[in-house]
Ligand binder design. Structure first.
Ligand code: HMH
Ligand code: TZE
Length: 216
């Protein structure tokens, strides 16, 4: 069994909770209230910027030009996806950019940035892997269930598509290779980082669903 298969086994309950979450269900059926989607897109634009920073920090730590290139391309692409959010959703739904990260976005981006700056390349890679992998699985799952005229179809197509699939496969290969080069102790740290980010993926959707704000 590949290392990443073990990682996925450990997050099975989290993944199930994500797939059955109201946000994901309503995204699939197109019934998600537009205010909820707005909140999500505003937070995701903020998220993608720091996600790009996290990937760039991993690129600095990479040992080979090939890995540097892969990670810098991912970092660039995260900014490009952030731009596309603005060009499509922000203008389509007349969404105003947000500057304040709400609790889940704040927790998730800070966790990724701390892990990719303080921990090793392998542990940092495990911390960003759920961003790739969970979105691909959710994208493919929703793609099966989606209805015609779904207002969120473009979002679904992005993550269910072949281009994203290829990117995720590359990130999985990198993570498995790195896992093979580190100690069992570090593989445990990788598993912990992967688990924590997976949890935060659930919280990110949940915050949007409940329109969570800072209480104080
Ligand atoms: C919160 C979150 N996780 C993962 C992705 C996909 O990279 C995204 N756009 N947003
Ligand atoms: C995972 C991911 N999601 C949006 S951009 C990106 C980086 C890979 O291109």
């Amino acid at each position: 069994m590949r290392f990443t298969d073990q990682l996925w086994q450990q997050i099975t309950p989290i993944y199930e909770s994500i797939l059955t979450h109201g946000f994901v269900r309503e995204l699939a059926t197109g019934t998600l209230p537009s205010a909820t989607f707005q909140y999500y897109i505003q937070q995701d634009a903020l998220y993608l910027i720091d996600f790009s920073r996290a990937l760039a920090q991993l690129a600095v730590k990479a040992d080979t030009p090939d890995d540097m290139l892969l990670l810098t391309q991912f970092a660039e692409n995260a900014i490009r996806v952030e731009r596309v959010l603005h060009e499509t959703y922000f203008s389509l739904y007349d969404i105003q950019p947000e500057t304040v990260k709400m609790p889940a976005c704040f927790a998730y981006t800070n966790f990724m940035l701390a892990t990719t700056s303080v921990q090793s390349l392998a542990v940092g890679a495990a911390a960003v892997l759920p961003c790739f992998w969970i979105y691909r699985e959710v994208g493919k799952a929703i793609y099966q269930q989606t209805v015609s005229q779904n207002p969120y179809q473009a979002w679904i197509d992005t993550y269910a598509g072949d281009a994203f699939d290829e990117v995720v496969t590359q990130m999985l290969e990198l993570t498995n290779r790195l896992a093979g080069e580190v100690s069992p102790k570090d593989r445990n740290k990788m598993a912990d980082a992967f688990y924590q980010s997976s949890r935060l993926e659930w919280y990110f959707w949940n915050d949007a669903y409940i329109l969570n704000q800072w209480s104080v």
